[in-house]
Design a protein around this ligand. Structure first.
Ligand code: MRU
Length: 353
């Protein structure tokens, strides 16, 4: 990870009744500020307002958020009540990224299957161990995705990405950006074109910032420039992250991703997705069942509190879209590459030991 020094987006501070610390991503790139969170309402607010965002990172915030909710639980009854109510609350914060319900489900399962059978004095510590395990596993999955996908980025390539699938969106290193960090570490020269990613500008504020920090050449473009940049021959591949992947490979990611995939198809450019196994939802046969988060109109009509559209104008603001599997050349996971993308290959790769 030479030169890449983005702080961990989510950290646990102190022992089993400690607290959660996170980078407030709404302030980037102007300020790199960490905030401390001591109750579950604060964690809920941080997820909803995208202080922490990106599918694996909100899973981590959810897992640690449960521990935040349990800080003051002094007996078994309050512990169990607070665990259940915090799980429901945090699960409702954002609907699309399956990593959130996956991580919360894993914590509840750990409690039911093993923690509750142990003496109460150990409960906080055992659940903290599970959350830290989720975090270290996510880190390992990012590193493995980087290794499994780096060879796709060849010398001299132009690589387009959308939104932020970097260290800020995961335990560290990222998913799509992990491939870039790894190729860069191996000495390959390439240039990333980062879509700004309206309305909340994760590409401009976060991806451009992260890649710049890492010394990877990056060019920022407005979302509506991608077709022209592709036509000019500047892009040889597209790599994006994912928020939820159905069992046939249909992939939900930041709004605008589907459009980029269509453009890539027209220009005969391979379109790849990088995602850990925790982002797959094999209970869904295809992408039509993926819940799409709807966000508030002011994200479209205002910028930093300043109106940029007529007051009261009608707005539609879905935060994600679904790219059909047939537009995706391959999916890079920690267990290997899924290519071509279909139910059988997904199942084979994900069930590898
Ligand atoms: O609304 P956001 O910023 O949470 O959306 C994030 C994305 O769409 C990312 O591309 C996705 O979560 C992959 S993160 C490795």
């Amino acid at each position: 990870m030479s030169g890449y020094k983005v702080p961990l987006c989510v950290t646990w501070v102190g022992g089993p009744t400690g607290h959660l610390r996170m980078v407030d991503q709404t302030l980037l790139p102007m300020r790199l500020l960490e905030i401390d969170l001591f109750d579950v309402e604060e964690v809920f607010e941080a997820i909803v307002s995208l202080r922490v965002r990106g599918a694996p990172a909100i899973g981590l915030a959810g897992a640690f958020g449960l521990l935040v909710a349990l800080r003051n639980a002094v007996c078994q009854t309050t512990f169990q009540m607070q665990l259940q109510s915090a799980a429901i609350k945090l699960n409702s914060s954002r609907p699309t990224a399956v990593n959130l319900s996956w991580a919360i489900g894993r914590m509840l399962n750990c409690f039911e299957k093993s923690v509750r059978k142990r003496p109460f004095e150990e409960w906080h510590g055992l659940l903290l161990e599970e959350a830290l395990k989720i975090q270290s596993e996510d880190h390992a999955m990012c590193m493995a995705m980087g290794d499994n996908g780096q060879a796709l980025i060849q010398e001299g390539f132009g690589v387009l990405t959308h939104c932020n699938a970097g260290g800020l969106a995961t335990a560290s290193y990222g998913t799509a950006l992990a491939m870039m960090y790894r190729a860069h570490e191996m000495g390959r020269n390439f240039r990333v074109f980062a879509d700004e990613t309206r309305p909340l500008l994760q590409g401009a504020r976060l991806t451009a910032w992260e890649l710049n920090q890492a010394g990877i050449p990056v060019t920022l473009i407005c979302d509506n420039m991608a077709a022209q940049v592709m036509k000019e021959g500047k892009i040889q591949m597209v790599i994006v992250g994912a928020d939820r992947i159905a069992s046939n490979g249909d992939t939900a990611n930041k709004i605008g991703t589907y459009g980029v995939a269509c453009l890539a198809k027209v220009h005969n450019i391979p379109f790849y997705v990088a995602a850990p196994s925790s982002t797959f939802d094999l209970s869904l046969s295809d992408g039509s069942g993926i819940p799409i988060e709807q966000r508030k109109p002011s994200e479209v009509t205002e910028y930093h509190g300043q109106p940029i559209a007529p007051v009261g104008i009608g707005v539609y603001n879905p935060a994600f879209d679904v790219t059909p599997a047939h537009l995706i050349r391959g999916i890079i996971t920690e267990k290997g590459r899924i290519e071509p993308v279909n139910s059988m290959n997904i199942s084979n790769v994900l069930h590898k030991k």
